[in-house]
Structure formats: C-alpha cells, structure tokens
Write a protein that binds this ligand. Structure first.
Ligand code: FPP
Length: 235
C-alpha cells in the first residue's frame, strides 16, 4: 500500500560535504537535488502529502553564516523550482514559525502557495522554522484564547477533545504521517511532529540525504508496504 503522507527528516548534508572536503553548504545544495527527485517521485507514485523537515527551530542556533546560506538557498530553490510544482500539479505549503523568517522569503513563499493552491496531485509541505514543541505550545495558547473569549462572552467554551486540539495544530487539515523517513543513520525524532507521529511508522536509513534519490525512496515505500499497522489493537 502506498502511504498517503510521507514525511522526511532530511539529515546528513553536512557530513556528505565533509566527506568530500567541502563546505557544509555544498551538502545543502546537493540536498536540494534530492528534494526535487523525491517530490517528482512522490507525485508519480501517488503519494498525496510529502512533508520535509527543512529547518528546525533549533537550527537557528547554527552559525549565522550557515543559517543565512540555508535561507538564501531555500528562497532561491523554491523560486527556481517553481516549474516543478506546475509540471507535476503539486501544491506547496509551508508550515512553521514564519515570523522569524526574512519577509522577502515569506512573500515569495506565499505567492507560490497561492498560485498552486488548486493543484491536487500532491501537496509538498516544507516544515520551516518548525518544532513539535512549538506547535503544541502555539496550539495550547490559541485554544486558551478561544476558551477565555467564550467565557468573557458568557458562552460555554467547547470542551477540549483530541480532535479539537488537533484543529489548533499548524498541520490542521493534513492527515498524520503514515511513514517518517530519517536519513543519515540517526534514530531519533528531534522535536519534529510530536503529536502527529503518534502512530507513524519509522524508517531509518544510513544513506546521507544528498544520496537519497528515487531508488532509496522506493526502497522505503517498499519496506512500509510490508508493515502491519495495528494502532495499539490486536489483529
Ligand atoms: C540536515 O543536514 C539538513 C538541514 C538542516 C537542511 C535541509 C535543507 C535542505 C536539503 C534544503 C531544502 C530546500 C528546500 C527547497 C526545501 P545537517 O546539516 O544537519 O547534516 P549533518 O548532520 O551531517 O551535519
């Protein structure tokens, strides 16, 4: 079975560059090629959502030079690859704490989000300046505001259910990931979609992100198709 939503923690760009005695940004640039390959392949294979952890809240504490280079690379790539979205009928969505990003980058993103909003072949979600704890915190804050607004108007606040809480998360409307891939041999979730990955299948591979292309992606999908998902129940 093809997963509806595949999410990827793209890891190992720096090591890939170091192995070639190059600057880390060289690895990030090669990583963009993998992003393109995987978007095209996901569209072709009938995956409906592909989310990519491009920059975490924690990544802001990397050296300024690397942060700036990554931001410039992402802005340039999103604009340069815009034909990828049109050619494959891909909708682009960007999720994260965009208040920390350069305004020019945000407006470029919003423009592409708007022009691709009716494409329904595949939705590519770039998780940018995102972290799982940030998402839970902003959801709790927004619920608290709605709760106290209701109280102040003399209304009965909507009781908190899992469904209601999920509607405050930044990923609302996107089904939870079926498969989470992490490259480069690390086996941890690194403050990613903490709520959304409750029943996600994990796939870890030693392959460094710039080497993760269609063949490796297919291998991960193949591996997923053999899993038995029980969601805590018995068979
Ligand atoms: C992790 O490798 C990778 C990142 C922090 C950045 C990922 C971003 C890209 C591949 C560019 C994405 C572009 C678009 C358009 C979405 P690392 O630097 O942590 O590698 P290391 O663990 O080997 O040091």
């Amino acid at each position: 079975m093809i997963p509806t939503h595949i999410s990827i923690i793209m890891d190992g760009n720096g090591r890939w560059a170091e192995l070639r005695s190059k600057e880390r940004v060289y690895g990030h640039k090669a990583g963009v090629e993998s992003v393109r390959d995987c978007c095209e392949y996901a569209a072709k294979r009938g995956v409906k959502y592909l989310s990519l952890f491009a920059f975490s809240q924690e990544n802001w504490s990397r050296p300024e030079e690397e942060v700036n280079a990554l931001m410039e690379l992402m802005a340039a790539s999103i604009v340069k690859e815009v034909h990828l979205f049109y050619d494959n009928q891909i909708r682009l969505k960007v999720i994260g704490d965009l208040s920390k990003l350069d305004k020019d980058l945000v407006s470029k993103i919003e423009k592409i989000e708007d022009t691709t909003k009716d494409f329904s072949n595949l939705t590519v979600i770039i998780m940018l300046s995102y972290s799982g704890k940030w998402d839970l915190k902003q959801a709790a804050e927004r619920y608290a505001i709605d709760y106290s607004d209701a109280i102040s108007k003399g209304e009965t606040p909507e009781p908190l259910t899992e469904e209601l809480f999920a509607s405050y998360l930044s990923t609302y409307g996107i089904p939870d990931p079926d498969l989470l891939i992490r490259t480069s041999g690390e086996q941890r979730i690194s403050n990613y979609m903490l709520w959304q990955c409750a029943y996600t299948e994990f796939y870890f591979t030693e392959t460094l992100w710039p080497d993760f292309r269609k063949e490796q992606f297919e291998e991960a999908i193949e591996n997923f198709s053999k899993r038995e998902r029980r969601y805590g129940k018995i068979k």
